[in-house]
Design a binder for this molecule. Structure first.
Ligand code: NI
Length: 187
């Protein structure tokens, strides 16, 4: 049975152990997984994210959603990636990144400027997308979340210095179970 209304999921913030774990492969796309994806997409739009990965809402699964151009078009075109693989990458592109799990932190990150990603859709079909520049950045940023990597890991230590205090503050909110939920949860 599918659930009817998607719900907002609380965002996990740096310090939370789920953000630092390698997410699990999705073995079967069940109704439960599809319901979860609806919640993930709902939460992504609610939070104005260009993308959102399952670990960011506390689920250690290899799933992310993106809609890199929604902020421009205001037309919802979510793309869901299940068990994605980066099959090709090249070039380079630098973009100032932010992350819902690192509120208030923005820094330039240099990544490959062109990627081809293969993944499964919620309908169970294998698909391939090619992206460049900003689009490639969003894909790689979300992909990183599935391997426990945050964009600050890709920033030179010196450039991260001004953010150290903010990061420590955020990490300090983590509870004894290794859970760190964004304080201003919306619903
Ligand atoms: Ni992120």
């Amino acid at each position: 049975m599918r659930k009817k209304q998607p719900e907002a999921l609380p965002i996990r913030v740096v310090g939370d152990k789920v953000l630092r774990s390698r997410a699990e492969v999705v073995d079967e796309i069940t109704d439960g997984v599809r319901d979860f994806i609806d919640d993930l997409v709902h939460t992504m739009y609610l939070r104005d994210g260009a993308g959102l990965a399952a670990p960011q809402v506390g689920r250690s699964l290899r799933i992310f959603a993106i809609d890199p151009y929604y902020y421009e078009t205001k037309e919802k075109q979510p793309q869901i990636f299940i068990n994605p693989r980066i099959v090709e990458s090249g070039g380079s592109f630098t973009y100032e990144e932010g992350c819902l799990s690192l509120p208030g932190i923005f820094e330039k990150v240099k990544r490959p400027g062109r990627v081809i990603v293969e993944a499964m859709s919620p309908e169970g079909e294998l698909f391939r997308v090619e992206a460049e520049d900003y689009g490639a950045t969003v894909l790689q940023h979300e992909y990183d979340h599935l391997d426990g990597v945050l964009f600050i890991d890709r920033v030179a230590k010196l450039r991260l210095l001004p953010w150290k205090r903010r990061i420590r503050e955020l990490e300090g909110e983590t509870d004894d179970n290794g859970v760190n939920i964004l304080a201003d949860s919306v619903d």
